[in-house]
Write a protein that binds this ligand. Structure first.
Ligand SMILES: C[S@@+](CC[C@H](N)C(=O)[O-])C[C@H]1O[C@@H](n2cnc3c(N)ncnc32)[C@H](O)[C@@H]1O
Length: 276
């Protein structure tokens, strides 16, 4: 399926550097980080790493490096936090924001499917809203397991887009839109799959947490940009007509004007320990 790669729709995250405006992706991450539920699940995902002063930690798919900085603060001056991202633009942005911060953090370009990092090296690794975008998530998790020491922690967080809902009358256009929205991203059901993936790779002491992220302001969703990008793609690929898009948009705007707009998606966080 061809996609509109110019805006941060969920498919463009697989290769951010191909986008003409990579700053839009950094701005997207900055906006989404301000939402309460996002802050809550991020805190939980870092807590589940069980970081101690002196630990070596990895933030895989670090984006703008804001979480890497939190991880760096938790491991303290005797520890280290590495942020790795497939996108050179994201790594540049992380360095611009955080180099000189005094935190024990560094950044590198890398692909989780084949990391140039030694085995059993880290005490804890995390990947936050990355696995939904990967070509081979099971292979990627095996890589994270390989580079984590026995007794170390692996923590993954991602939405399950099959849980994405909007409050709107179930007209044919709205139902079609719902169906498309629930299939956004390369791996839209990754959230529910984490538990089985951890079990299959033999991780122990599993923790499962789910946070429902509510979006109560259509203007914020529009600012994020992926709503429009999704509509453009849907029209380009013949999945929605212009008239259907106009109908869905008008319905959402009515809800917003009546101050009753609601959309939500469940974000799963799964953590486990490397046995041995
Ligand atoms: C939605 S962003 C999340 C960024 C950050 N973890 C956060 O929560 O703010 C997904 C990030 O994963 C990165 N990414 C995508 N595919 C990757 C891969 N194969 N290896 C490493 N990073 C990848 C993207 O470049 C992007 O920065």
């Amino acid at each position: 399926m061809s996609q509109d790669e110019t805006r941060p729709n969920q498919h463009a995250w697989s290769d951010v550097d191909k986008a003409p405006d990579t700053q839009a992706f950094a701005a997207y991450l900055d906006t989404i980080r301000t939402l309460d539920t996002i802050g809550e699940y991020k805190r939980r995902s870092i807590e589940l790493m069980r970081l101690q002063p002196g630990h070596r930690a990895l933030d895989l798919g670090c984006g703008t490096g804001d979480d890497t900085a939190k991880v760096g603060a938790a491991v303290g001056p005797t520890g280290s936090a590495l942020g790795v991202d497939f996108s050179g633009a994201m790594v540049d942005e992380s360095r611009r924001r955080w180099e000189g911060s005094g935190l024990p953090i560094s950044f590198a370009v890398g692909d989780v499917h084949k990391l140039d990092l030694p085995s059993a090296h880290f005490d804890a690794v995390r990947a936050d809203r990355v696995f939904q975008h990967l070509a081979a998530p099971m292979h990627a998790l095996a890589e994270l397991v390989r580079i984590t020491r026995p007794g170390g922690r692996v923590v993954l967080s991602d939405p399950d887009w099959g849980t994405y809902i909007l409050d709107a009358p179930p007209t044919p256009a709205v139902l079609k839109y719902h169906d498309l929205a629930q299939r956004q991203a390369k791996n839209p059901w990754i959230g529910r799959q984490f538990f089985g993936m951890f079990r299959e790779l033999g991780l122990v002491e599993l923790d499962l947490t789910a946070h429902v992220a509510f979006f109560l302001d259509l203007d914020v969703l529009e600012k994020l940009g992926n709503l429009d990008a999704g509509f453009i793609t849907a029209v380009q690929t013949g999945q929605l007509t212009e008239a259907e898009v106009a109908e869905v948009k008008a319905t959402l705007r009515e809800r917003q004007d009546a101050r009753r707009f609601l959309a939500s998606v469940t974000i799963y966080t799964v953590a486990g320990t490397i046995p041995g």
